[in-house]
Design a protein around this ligand. Structure first.
Ligand code: SAM
Ligand code: SF4
Length: 332
């Protein structure tokens, strides 16, 4: 079978696959889920390790996917993660593999993940103050994250990237402090605008901290110059800090959407293809898989699902509706 590109009707081709390994998490970030957690996905609905490996293999062999990022929920709470990474890499050593993680437990698993073939990590960290960390994540685990970051660096899972979300009145006074902390350790920091994907539907456009505000706070303390590379399909606008080579990124997902250049496709932990974080429709691959579909049949279904990708997320449209699944169940 020839490669069927994951093309949509707006001229984009997806080559970057985000795979959610679980909707469960060991933190409770206020912008993501409520204190009591959520009703987790029943185990029988979740793809098995074999099913994940097979679907990622189909995407790589038949659909032109070149990068795979494992996410969740918290991907490190999935018991089989090292094995999954190892099998995916062994099947196609040219695939670039990364994870987005809160880094709890990463100090124990970074070495094994690197050995299995993981290339990079993105760690989510919104503050380096213990009290603010506990306020945002509702857990007192800052030390574990710090240790996880160091272990990732040590294991060669770099460049280690740190993703941060700023919330008004909570950590919006800490952007320069967080940047300085990351620069001192050689981590690449990227700020991401908060999006309407929380399970509690607490997001508001007016309350959201914008990329322009973040840039202003950073520019007051650092010399920031656009970092040469064109943005392309990478969502972060990158700035060289104090003459470089260190950079900081600002991802204006809401105020300057990059949907026109999007090259992503998502697979949920229960085997649904999502063309966008904000898609209101999913395409079921798990049922076909469990009914005995061949790799070629699955590839054709996946490619057909992709055609329907919407041109943009439409957050600013009056008709915008938040998707039924929260970020933690889609795979952020
Ligand atoms: N648990 C892992 C973690 O936190 O890195 C992976 C999943 S988490 C849903 C992926 C990313 O989404 C994190 O960087 C997190 O900060 C971000 N995120 C969660 N809810 C968000 C929201 N409402 N707006 C913007 N980013 C959000
Ligand atoms: Fe968990 Fe990540 Fe959501 Fe925080 S952002 S609650 S770490 S899934």
């Amino acid at each position: 079978m020839q490669v069927l590109p994951l093309a949509d009707d707006h001229g984009r081709v997806a080559t970057d696959l985000r795979v959610s390994l679980t909707d469960k998490c060991n933190l409770r970030c206020t912008y993501c889920m409520p204190a009591e957690g959520l009703d987790w996905m029943p185990t029988d609905q979740q793809l098995s390790d074999d099913e994940v490996v097979r679907l990622v293999g189909v995407a790589a062999r038949h659909l032109g996917v070149r990068e795979v990022r494992f996410t969740g929920g918290e991907p490190l709470v999935r018991r089989g993660i090292v094995d999954i990474v190892g099998r995916v890499k062994a099947a196609d050593p040219t695939l670039e593999l990364s994870i987005t993680t809160n880094a709890l437990g990463l100090s124990r698993t970074a070495g094994a993940l690197a050995e299995a073939g993981l290339d990079r990590v993105n760690v989510s960290l919104d503050t380096v103050r213990r009290d603010t960390f506990a306020e945002i994540t509702r857990r007192d685990r800052l030390d574990d994250v710090v240790a996880g970051l160091a272990a990732a660096q040590e294991a060669g899972l770099g460049p280690v990237k740190v993703n941060a979300v700023l919330m008004r009145g909570v950590n919006d006074d800490q952007a320069p402090e967080l940047l300085r902390w990351c620069l001192d350790r050689g981590y690449q920091l990227r700020f991401i605008e908060q999006m309407p994907l929380d399970a509690q539907h607490g997001w508001s456009r007016d309350g959201m901290v914008t990329a322009d505000e973040i840039f202003g706070w950073l520019a007051a303390e650092f010399d920031l110059a656009p970092a040469g590379e064109p943005r392309g399909s990478a969502p972060a606008e990158l700035f060289a800090v104090d003459g470089g080579p260190a950079t900081v990124g600002v991802i204006a997902s809401v105020t300057r959407p990059f949907c026109g250049d999007c090259d992503r496709v998502r697979l949920t932990a229960d085997g649904q293809v999502r063309t966008c974080l904000f898609a209101r429709h999913e395409s079921d691959l798990r049922t076909a898989l469990r009914a005995g579909a061949t790799d070629e049949e699955i590839a054709r279904r996946w490619a057909a699902a992709m055609r329907t990708k919407a041109p943009g997320h439409g957050i600013d449209d009056p008709s915008f509706l938040q998707p039924a699944r929260p970020m933690s169940a889609i795979g952020g």
